[in-house]
Design a protein around this ligand. Structure first.
Ligand code: BTN
Length: 256
């Protein structure tokens, strides 16, 4: 994997966007590692070949397997909420594009779950590292099930709202090269930031899983039911409920 740092420095698009890649043979969680770095810098990436205690949204466990999973965190500096609210969607678009380069046709469940045939192949967790009067960072944690076999899913915790998992190798019936996928993710992630907002949202909507589905969204402790009708330019979900049209800036869809 150290070859990848060379790939970054040799590639203009990558070297303009990324600072460097830290490759760890083992870690608890790449997001934790990124959050605990004393000196954060925009564009630093953390990749681990063996993430042992990964976590996802709502503190759920995220299972990775040694050299069979992408566990990657990217540190980005952001200026304001407007900028940070689109990052989950930009990340989802980057992963959907990456999978398509492997002939995998994925859909995006708002805001950033990546599904193939309604099964989850990748999850993204964006965590804000906000400190008043200092630079603000967002940690984008990307997990992809790459070379999982069916038995690798046996230990997945059966949790409420969990979607059935799948992997690239199960879909393609072949093993995927880990450096290749990591390289493609880094490229698509960097280039998705250059796409203008309306193009980004229209790409997102083209592959939007929830469109016109009756869903339930968990907003803190509130459960809101409605039909998913649109995604706004700021990345919010537009939900048509019984009595009103509601804009949801963040939350989690728990049924579809
Ligand atoms: C989710 O689907 O809830 C998001 C899962 C995010 C998992 C990734 S793997 C890399 C990074 N490190 C973590 O501990 N979590 C994210």
């Amino acid at each position: 994997m150290n070859k990848l740092n060379k790939l970054i420095s040799d590639d203009q698009v990558l070297s303009e966007f990324y600072e460097h890649l830290i490759v760890l043979s083992e870690v608890d969680s790449t997001n934790n590692f990124a959050k605990n770095l004393n000196e954060k810098k925009h564009g630093v990436c953390i990749y681990s070949e063996n993430q042992k205690f990964g976590y996802g949204r709502n503190n759920r466990k995220w299972i990775s397997h040694k050299n069979k999973s992408i566990a990657l965190s990217i540190i980005l500096k952001y200026k304001n909420n407007e900028e940070s609210s689109l990052i989950p969607l930009i990340s989802a678009v980057a992963i959907r594009k990456t999978l398509f380069e492997f002939d995998i046709d994925a859909k995006i469940k708002w805001p950033n779950d990546i599904l193939v045939d309604s099964k989850k192949i990748s999850g993204i967790l964006c965590e804000l590292d906000y400190k008043a009067d200092s630079e603000n960072f967002i940690i984008v944690g990307i997990g992809v099930n790459v070379n999982f076999e069916k038995t690798d899913f046996l230990n997945n915790p059966k949790m409420k709202y969990n979607i059935e998992p799948t992997s690239m190798s199960l879909i393609l019936n072949k093993t995927v090269n880990m450096e290749d996928i990591l390289h493609k993710i880094l490229k698509n992630f960097a280039s998705s930031f250059k796409v203008n907002r309306s193009e980004l949202i229209s790409y997102y909507k083209k592959y939007w899983f929830d469109k016109d589905k009756n869903i339930e969204v968990l907003l803190g402790n509130n459960l809101i039911k409605g039909t998913a009708i649109d995604i706004k330019k700021n990345g919010s979900l537009i939900l048509k409920t019984k009595n009103e049209t509601k804009e949801v800036a963040s939350g989690e869809i728990i049924s579809f």
